[in-house]
Design a protein around this ligand. Structure first.
Ligand code: SF4
Length: 639
């Protein structure tokens, strides 16, 4: 189908269009027209999960096939055929190396891949083939013409993998290196929002690109997560071990090849520019602006052994802080002051810590960087300390309020989502934030600090009335039901919740998904239902599957749940709002004929981090606690 919005021709790959789709397109055009760009613009489309990325790529592929088949001129056809779209995800999903790809953890895949592909190893291999092991899939890419590593067209992740296998080229690096040349890039939020990753992946994206955040109802949480870090005691222990290993390595290299350290020293005096550009970088430090990169590294961490001593002192300091047995909440400024008073560690060398470590790792040519991950985390934590406002350090010595054995956790938390997204708004001129469930709409501009050009919500057209929302406030015995903390474990409420589930499983065909506000609550209720015989009653009609915090267990449960829905046996899936199941998995058609939500999924309001965040939102943006909590619960329920 072809139609026009103003004078812009739209080619739409379906025979019919919903009114809301048309309205959306018109508004989108208005948004993009707000600033005039004479050039062709790249589209950066961000989604949350790998299946969603794959889905968006398949849709795009379909659209381009349609465009090519219905092109009105040879010129138009050639233009559409040269259009290129790629999706980027982690090495874990795109590696085809026979051994590395078998690793289960993403971090290990990353580290092993870096060992095989870092510039030092590759150079050595080129000088003396056979002396070191490299990844051939990566090596061959170097021989190809940049910008021509894969033919034009739209490639789903599965397509890229297949192409890589057939041609003996690494799919991951193919996509990474092709990014400056493609018309559409689809990847996850983190590649733009997480400064540690964004610096490496998205730095090259041109400023006139159009950025779309799809499924963006949780974007504030992604922003916050990307700038927050939790440190536990075992992590610090492991960081201390890594520092010791580093020290040993330095001693070793001093006896074998002292000139290397000297060279590094000279380079560091000149500046950091070179150290921060490599594709294989191990940590990146978004704190350092271009002019800082030109600066010399502070004198007291320039020498490798001084730097290691500096790290040791810092880890020891954090360990000492963790011995405290009461909760501490302090601002970064007071933390830095205390740090300075006790250890004489100043702010400036801390800022350069990540880059300095990166340079050292390169100089020492360390392998299996995953073993140094604790150290890496720790240097990252320095990053979050950069800003005086919007960050808080919370030390919780005990896991729960009633625990007696200390299990300290240092939360370096970001309270202000606007900090992570600010660089995106500053850099790109068109940013579209879209989701099926953002309400109220004006919460985002307030929370993320931007002024929208167009802000619209659209009703949904249904061909038939297929939704029946029901709010149940009383059970069949007229007892009021609620998941309020005081009454949620009352046997009458629990029994009534159970009866609702039994009644639904009797009359609803195929799959029923039930959501609880938290794992803890779900566990207690399921145990109580078992004692009351409610589960036996449900079993007569449907199989029961339960989501657990373990991702593997949950995916097996999900697979079997689908099987039971497909073969007509029918099943109930008990899951948690904000858990794995509620994020990014579609319960369409027979997989979700009914959804039951036991209670409103409010966040755990006793959490110190949440309290701090609420306080910040109130003070900085005048968003009331109840306003945010309600917004957050509703977006989770609606999703
Ligand atoms: S270069 Fe590619 S194929 Fe080789 S190990 Fe790394 S991700 Fe895997």
């Amino acid at each position: 189908m072809k139609f026009y919005i103003d004078d812009l021709p739209i080619i739409f790959p379906y025979d019919r269009i919903y009114p809301e789709q048309y309205a959306y397109m018109c508004d989108l055009k208005r948004t993009l027209d707000a600033t005039f760009f004479p050039t062709k613009r790249k589209l950066i489309y961000c989604s949350r999960t790998v299946p969603e990325i794959e889905k968006a790529l398949s849709e795009l592929k379909r659209l381009m096939e349609y465009r090519i088949s219905s092109a009105e001129s040879a010129e138009q056809k050639a233009k559409d055929q040269s259009f290129m779209g790629l999706g980027l995800t982690s090495r874990k999903n795109l590696c085809i190396h026979p051994e590395v790809s078998k690793e289960k953890k993403g971090k290990v895949v990353d580290a092993r891949c870096r060992d095989l592909t870092n510039s030092a190893v590759c150079n050595k291999y080129r000088e003396d083939p056979g002396s070191v092991e490299v990844c051939q899939f990566h090596e061959v890419l170097g021989e190809r013409e940049p910008g021509n590593l894969i033919p034009p067209g739209i490639w789903t992740l599965a397509d890229v993998l297949e192409y890589g296998r057939e041609n003996g080229t690494c799919p991951y690096f193919t996509v990474r290196r092709m990014m400056p040349f493609v018309d559409v890039v689809i990847y996850s939020f983190h590649y733009l929002l997480d400064p540690k990753v964004a610096e490496q992946v998205s730095k090259e994206m041109s400023k006139d690109s159009i950025v779309v955040f799809d499924e963006a109802h949780n974007i504030d949480n992604v922003c916050i997560e990307s700038l927050s870090i939790d440190l536990s005691r075992p992590m610090l222990d492991s960081a201390a071990r890594s520092v010791n290993k580093l020290a040993d390595k330095i001693d070793e290299i001093k006896t074998t090849d002292a000139s290397k350290l000297q060279d590094e020293y000279t380079k560091l005096v000149e500046g950091l520019q070179e150290a921060s550009t490599a594709e294989d970088s191990f940590v990146s430090n978004p704190v350092l602006s271009e002019d800082l990169l030109q600066e010399a590294i502070p004198g007291n961490i320039r020498k490798a052994e001084h730097f290691v001593a500096f790290l040791k002192r810092f880890v020891e300091y954090l360990k000492t802080r963790m011995r405290v047995l009461h909760v501490v909440a302090e601002t970064p400024l007071s933390f830095l002051q205390h740090l300075k008073d006790i250890t004489y560690i100043e702010r400036r060398p801390l800022r350069f810590c990540a880059e300095r470590l990166q340079s050292l790792v390169k100089t020492l040519q360390l392998s299996r960087i995953d073993e140094y991950s604790a150290l890496q985390k720790r240097t990252h934590c320095l990053i979050s300390r950069r800003s005086r406002l919007g960050f808080l350090l919370i030390l919780e010595p005990f896991e729960t309020d009633n625990a007696t054995v200390p299990n300290p956790m240092f939360h370096l938390t970001c309270l202000d989502p606007a900090i992570a997204i600010k660089p995106v708004f500053e850099r790109f001129s068109s940013v579209v934030i879209t989701s099926g469930t953002i309400s109220p709409l004006d919460m985002y501009p307030k929370m993320l600090q931007f002024t929208p050009v167009v802000q619209e919500s659209y009703p949904m057209t249904l061909t038939r009335n297929a939704f029946l929302p029901l709010i149940i406030t009383r059970g069949s015995d007229q007892v009021a039901v609620s998941s309020r903390f005081e009454v949620r474990n009352d046997p009458a409420v629990v029994r009534n919740f159970g009866t609702i589930l039994v009644e639904y499983s009797k009359i609803v065909p195929d799959g029923v998904v039930a959501f609880f506000p938290s794992y803890l609550y779900m566990e207690s209720i399921v145990a109580a239902w078992n004692d009351m015989g409610i589960l036996n009653e449900v079993w007569k009609h449907k199989l029961i599957f339960v989501e657990t915090p373990d991702a593997n267990e949950t995916s097996i449960a999900l697979e079997n749940y689908r099987r039971a829905c497909d073969n007509g046996r029918g099943a109930v899936l008990l899951s948690v709002a904000r858990g794995k199941v509620s994020e990014g998995i579609d319960f369409d058609h027979n997989y979700g004929r009914a959804v039951i939500m036991f209670g409103v999924p409010y966040q755990y309001t006793e959490s110190r981090i949440l309290k701090a965040r609420l306080e910040y939102l109130r003070d900085a943006y005048r968003i009331r606690e109840s306003e945010f909590l309600g917004f957050d619960a509703i977006r989770n329920a609606a999703h």
